[in-house]
Design a protein around this ligand. Sequence first.
Ligand code: HEC
Ligand code: HEC
Length: 171
Amino acid sequence: MRFTIPFVAAALALSVAACKKEPTTPPQPTAAPTAAPTAAPTAEPTASASAAPEVPTAWSDELTKEQKGTFMKKVIMPAMAPVFQAADAKKYAAFGCKTCHGPEFKDPDEFLPALTMKGDKMTAFADKPDVSKFMMDKVLPEMAKAMGMQPYDPATKKGFGCGGCHKIDMK
Ligand code: HEC
Ligand code: HEC
């Protein structure tokens, strides 16, 4: 355990170096690549937890659960808290993970009220026009941007839409 840490550190240092584009300093060949995989397994979790967590630049289904959590905390929260708080500072003073995930931490589409599509119309725009407009004009575009996605486009049926957070029932 004790001597595995230098190898992990070496591997980290290497990957950091690899990210910097410095063509003038050729990478130094070392023995680390072969040593790290065999030595690392038990030390890995603590070593990577103490290193600064890498924040993904965009949402992807490929991210690990941990990376998704980091992304939510570092990217989604700072992007979305001001959006909700600008609409109602008092109601959203305690804006947090729970606002979208609920107290039991469900997926948002299991926690938030489901929306209903009748034909090609979403009933919420008639039933709850104010909140729907806020969702459409503010929440959706900001969330799509923060996720690194395009907002939903009805023409192509692609992009991040109301269904990114709400379940949508087809009637
Ligand atoms: C503005 C709404 C919103 C807030 C606030 C929010 N999330 Fe999320 N979160 C989502 C949405 C939407 C998804 C689902 C994205 C997808 O799968 O396409 C998600 C997914 C996740 C996932 C992945 C779940 C899985 O099963 O893969 C984790 C983990 C997560 N959020 C953690 C957090 C944490 C921790 C916080 C607070 C720091 C937080 N979220 C705050 C909207 C939110
Ligand atoms: C980033 C996630 C997210 C997206 C995208 C989103 N919503 Fe929401 N929506 C929420 C949250 C969070 C609430 C709950 C707010 C609260 O607790 O006050 C909510 C609440 C609502 C409500 C109130 C539900 C009720 O019964 O009180 C309606 C209606 C609604 N959204 C419609 C929409 C529509 C229409 C769209 C697409 C244009 C949309 N939402 C997109 C997160 C989202």
